[in-house]
Write a protein that binds this ligand. Sequence first.
Ligand SMILES: *[C@@H]1O[C@H](CO)[C@@H](O)[C@H](O)[C@H]1NC(C)=O
Length: 145
Amino acid sequence: MVLPLVLLLGLFGLGSTAQWPTPRRDAAYPPPEMLAFLKPFGALCVKETGVTPGAIKRFGDEDIFDDDRALKCYMDCMFRMTNVTDDRGELHMGKLLDHVPHEFEDIALKMGVRCTRPKGKDVCERAFWFHKCWKQSDPVHYYLV
Ligand SMILES: *[C@@H]1O[C@H](CO)[C@@H](O)[C@H](O)[C@H]1NC(C)=O
């Protein structure tokens, strides 16, 4: 009985690699006020890092990929621009949550609860670590602007 089960799990695993649930994208989510708040900083950070809009969209709405240095630094730039970093330039979770509209606080808290010990050799790598962790934790509600 054990072997067929292992085989089944193996097949299921193979068949479901790189499958993400459909992200939630409607009139209420991502919150329009967040999108409006983030948009001008996004434009500045695209300029600063040279990231392509395609890379932002692909990571936000599709798959995780980790070979785009500009995207990682874009994520760090957005943290800096929105003042959610501490005096060492690292993400400060409390400051980030201050930006989240009240009705979405639970979603944000759950998404981030296990994402607290970033790894990476610099601020870009660590900003990316957070985004990757959030997307893996809640791919439906994760978004990247
Ligand atoms: C970030 O902090 C700077 C300096 O205190 C301030 O001028 C700026 O308005 C703040 N930006 C945001 C988005 O809170």
